[in-house]
Ligand binder design. Structure first.
Ligand SMILES: [Zn+2]
Length: 115
């Protein structure tokens, strides 16, 4: 009887540990979800600014910087295309590559338009 009650006590301790670990994991997931939302908002704002700069044909240096930022994000493994914006990429994405190519062309048009 003593042995059974000891086993039950150990199981209760393990369940308590598991519950605490689960709570920590849930907190961490909540934090990451918030961080992810913030990053998506930032990426989205970055894309809108790039779009505006491209349309206005102004701020050559800014446009170059935005283009570099997008390329960097893409190389770090994020989608920058409108279809999957801010999501993780597991392989090359033709939409992202097309988007990068278009922003580069707009940048070049902006440069030749200003001369
Ligand atoms: Zn993409």
């Amino acid at each position: 009887m003593v042995r059974i009650s000891r086993v039950i006590s150990e199981i209760e301790d393990k369940l308590t540990d598991l519950r605490e670990n689960l709570k920590a994991v849930k907190d961490w997931v909540r934090y990451l979800e918030e961080e992810n939302q913030n990053l998506r908002r930032e990426l989205s704002a970055c894309s809108v600014r790039l779009e505006q700069l491209g349309q206005d044909g102004m701020g050559k240096a800014n446009l170059e910087q935005e283009q570099q930022n997008l390329r960097k994000l893409y190389e770090e493994g994020f989608h920058i295309c409108p279809y999957n914006f801010g999501h993780w990429r597991t392989q090359d994405c033709l939409f992202c590559l097309g988007f990068l190519k278009n922003t580069l062309e707009r940048q070049e048009q902006s440069v030749s338009g200003n001369e």
